[in-house]
Design a protein around this ligand. Structure first.
Ligand SMILES: Cc1ncc(COP(=O)(O)O)c(C=O)c1O
Length: 404
């Protein structure tokens, strides 16, 4: 019916790249297979008790059940600014430089929606967390991708990054207006130092672009690495916004709480569009989130500890299984090069075979962009016993593969 009515926005979106893997996973589960699932960045542990308690207390109050404030209640915006002060020594204004989002993904999508004119170009590193590219496509913009390279320690190759970024500004017509950065990076776990932001901010002033920085994994760091914030750089607020989420640090993914801070012009654009799209997050959730940010932070250390232990167990047990992988120093992921005997298969076929032959689900690297080919992303969302079981299954599978 009505073939002339076409949904152009939807037509511009690619099919969900992980759909094929999900389909196989679903079928296997229905057939009774126990799939060890490392495919999604969905934290499996419970939200800390004191945060849940606060949510319940707030939910019992009569006044907390109406529409809330779409930009977030003042106390939560204040807690966000205190978080920045505590963690980075950065001062932010809760009224003009901070906005609460229904998850940082929502904040990102709506910010992009608010600021993109048709045909505007954004530079996004490849591979990427998919919404970092698709948000621009949904909003009618275009993306100029630049390959993301890194060293053995998963540290960004800064020289190459800036070379490619400069080239993007030379080549792209129209000139890019936005640059997206996400360090620690999903899916590659790549990290940067403050010097990277110093260079980026300087370039933003010179080339006249805004920076959208996503530090969703800022807390999930190991071996002494500390994530910098772009706002540690003098003058960054003039050219940048940065987002963070409670999903990972506090295991609150289902609560949908994130925030975006920084440049008042961009923050005000996000606030304005949100005031049209939503009525704000359920107030008791915001009260719980305030306590998460303002309350005791030992729970964050515990959550980091869980991922760190899993990372170590996975690296060791997979090495025993014949799959040597380098250790990341951040995020809840492992960005694993395909084992040598599987490199001819490519990321997608290897992921399919892991699923059907070893009962282990991972995300094929090329699903995050063409520079992800040759890798898979393993999310640390299964416990240590399950990780060891996965290693045993993989060992058998790799032995079979080598015989072929
Ligand atoms: C880099 C990055 N940013 C944002 C998000 C989304 O976070 P939220 O749960 O706050 O929407 C994720 C989730 O996996 C992510 O990997």
């Amino acid at each position: 019916m009505f073939d002339e009515i076409r949904f152009n926005t939807i037509l511009r979106l690619p099919n969900y790249v992980f759909a094929e893997i999900n389909e196989i996973k679903l079928k296997a589960r229905r057939a009774g297979d126990d799939i060890i699932d490392f495919s999604m960045g969905n934290p499996d542990s419970k939200t800390p008790e004191h945060i849940i308690e606060k949510l319940i207390e707030a939910a019992k109050k009569d006044k907390n059940h109406g529409y809330s404030a779409s930009q977030g209640i003042y106390k939560l915006r204040l807690a966000i600014c205190n978080w920045y002060k505590r963690k980075y020594g950065v001062t932010l204004d809760p009224d003009n430089e901070a906005v609460v989002a229904l998850g940082s993904k929502e904040g990102f999508v709506h910010l992009v929606h608010a600021i993109i004119n048709p045909g505007d170009v954004a530079v996004v590193p490849d591979p990427a967390y998919p919404i970092h590219t698709q948000a621009f496509i949904i909003a009618g913009g275009n993306v100029h991708k630049i390959g993301l390279d890194f060293n053995e320690e998963f540290e960004l190759d800064e020289e190459l990054f800036f070379e490619r970024l400069q080239k993007a500004f030379r080549d792209s017509v129209p000139r890019p207006k936005y640059v997206v950065v996400n360090f620690p990076h999903n899916p590659t776990t790549v990290t940067v130092e403050k010097s990277f932001y110093e260079r980026l901010v300087k370039m933003a002033y010179k080339e006249r672009f805004y920076i959208i920085s996503d530090i969703a994994y800022a807390d999930l760091t190991f071996d002494g690495y500390k994530t910098p914030s772009i706002f540690e750089v003098e003058g960054a607020k003039d050219v940048a916004v940065e987002s963070f989420t409670l999903s990972k640090s506090y295991s609150m993914a289902g609560w949908r709480v994130g925030f975006m801070c920084g440049n008042p012009k961009l923050i005000s654009a996000l606030k304005k569009i949100k005031s049209w799209f939503d009525y704000g997050m359920y107030t008791p959730i915001q009260v719980g989130a305030t306590v998460a940010l303002d309350g005791p932070q030992e729970c964050v250390e515990e959550i980091i500890g869980v991922y760190e232990k899993r990372r170590n167990v996975l690296i060791d047990s997979f090495a025993n299984a014949g799959w040597e992988i380098r250790k990341p120093k951040s995020t809840m992921f492992i960005w694993a090069k395909l084992p040598e005997c599987a490199q001819h298969l490519g990321s997608m076929e290897f992921s399919k075979q892991l699923l059907t032959k070893a009962k282990v689900a991972v995300s094929p690297g090329n699903g995050f962009g063409e520079h992800g080919e040759g890798y898979v992303r393993i999310a640390l969302i299964e416990n240590e016993n399950r990780i060891r079981q996965a290693a045993r299954n993989i060992k058998k599978y790799l032995q079979e593969l080598k015989k072929k």
